[in-house]
Design a protein around this ligand. Structure first.
Ligand code: GMT
Length: 392
């Protein structure tokens, strides 16, 4: 079936696409889910295949399906074999729904399971191309471990198409692994049309007094996010600019963060909200977003903040400089330079005109990463992967 694509004015074939991802609040799962929803809006049939209903998947429509991967418990197994169950599920679903493209998000173990499914299907004369998207920690942290490296290298090199979410992640991948495939950079994206109204209508008085600024941070509170830096940056800012810190998310560093807040005596100024599906509702109240991460392949949380018109104070790690522009949409500092980050934050917050300028710049920067510009890049890569069947 042929149709006109919404943006690029080029003919795109409707495809049946399986998306394998983590169903959690993590960035890779969010990107995969948003991608599937947008592809379905564009007419494709989408099959999410994972162990739980993806948290961000709002509703299942006629052309969005969810297939749960179950791993039967058996006492002999010290570790339950998820990859085995996933690859078998993929084989069954590809055959049942005549799925044409397999898009796996996060190399471990999805690319590995996808490769096994692809090979099993080949035995039955079915060719299914696999697109692998590298998201960050699958390369920079977990995948780099010698226990995983050979399998990660193999699965990347045996994907039909490989994408990474930033140029920086592409370079990290090429320098840490022996990669023989071309890696295409397809950045994270956001549907900016959802934010247009909220950005101007936001009722910030619900969270703070009119003379207080609101600073926020959203993450999985893992060590890589440098949660102590977030608290210390805020502590310095609040000494100069009356403000509140809203911490959204949950994870291993939360208790440490709560203790640090008590030690600093700023309990009345810091709110821990836990995990939330309403991040935009919180961000739209915010004046500043903090992301001092040690590693960040792209920084989806920062893009979400910018789409809400929130300037970003960040480290210059990984792919963040490809998103946040120094002195325009926020500021970037060397990792751990808490004092400079705080001073940059103060310089934005203490002057209303400056704050408004940075807010507008953040919003304009976010528009570069609009879903309608980025998703056609994935569509083109699916077509490229499919063409390998015709050419082989
Ligand atoms: O940030 C996290 O720790 C979650 C992680 C994930 O794997 O879900 O996010 C990664 O993928 C996101 C989506 O592509 C990127 O925006 C994040 O920068 C990246 N996180 C890291 O590289 C630490």
């Amino acid at each position: 079936m042929k149709r006109e694509s919404q943006n690029v004015g080029k003919t795109v074939k409707y495809m049946k696409i399986a998306i394998v991802c983590y169903p959690t609040f993590g960035g890779s799962g969010v990107v995969a889910t948003e991608l599937g929803m947008e592809l379905s809006n564009r007419g494709h049939e989408i099959h999410f295949i994972t162990y739980k209903h993806p948290v961000k998947l709002e509703q299942l429509t006629g052309n969005i399906h969810f297939h749960e991967v179950n791993v039967p418990e058996y006492p002999l197994f010290h570790y339950q074999p998820y990859e085995l169950a996933l690859s078998s599920k993929l084989v069954n679903m590809v055959k049942l729904y005549k799925i044409e493209v397999l898009h796996v998000h996060y190399a471990i173990p999805h690319a590995y399971a996808g490769y096994m499914a692809k090979k099993m299907l080949e035995e039955e004369g079915i060719f299914i191309p696999m697109v692998t998207t590298l998201h960050g920690t699958d390369i920079t942290l977990v995948g780099n471990h010698p226990f995983y490296k050979p399998a990660v290298t193999f699965s990347i090199n045996n994907s039909n198409v490989v994408t990474s979410v930033s140029q920086s992640l592409k370079e990290d991948t090429l320098s840490s692994f022996k990669i023989t495939k071309e890696i295409y950079v397809v950045p994270n994206f956001i549907d900016t049309s959802k934010y247009q109204k909220k950005y101007t209508d936001c009722e910030r008085s619900l969270l703070a007094h009119p003379d207080e600024k609101i600073i926020s941070h959203v993450s999985n509170f893992r060590p890589v996010k440098r949660i102590a830096d977030v608290i210390n940056i805020f502590d310095s800012i609040q000494k100069k600019v009356k403000s509140k810190l809203i911490m959204v998310g949950d994870g291993p560093e939360k208790e440490m963060a709560e203790n640090l807040v008590m030690e600093l005596g700023i309990e009345d100024k810091v709110v821990f909200l836990g995990q939330s599906n309403e991040v935009d509702e919180i961000l739209c109240f915010s004046d500043l977003f903090l992301l001092p991460s040690e590693k960040e392949s792209f920084g989806l949380a920062a893009l979400e903040a910018m789409a809400n018109g929130v300037p970003v104070i960040s480290s210059n790690s990984g792919g963040i400089p490809e998103l946040n522009i120094h002195g325009v949409s926020g500021y970037l500092s060397d990792l751990g330079n808490v004092e400079e980050m705080a001073n940059f934050g103060i310089s934005i917050l203490e002057n209303e005109e400056t704050l408004q300028r940075f807010k507008m710049n953040a919003w304009n920067r976010a528009k570069i990463f609009d879903v309608h510009k980025i998703v056609p890049l994935y569509e083109a890569l699916y077509e490229k992967a499919l063409s390998e069947k015709i050419n082989s």
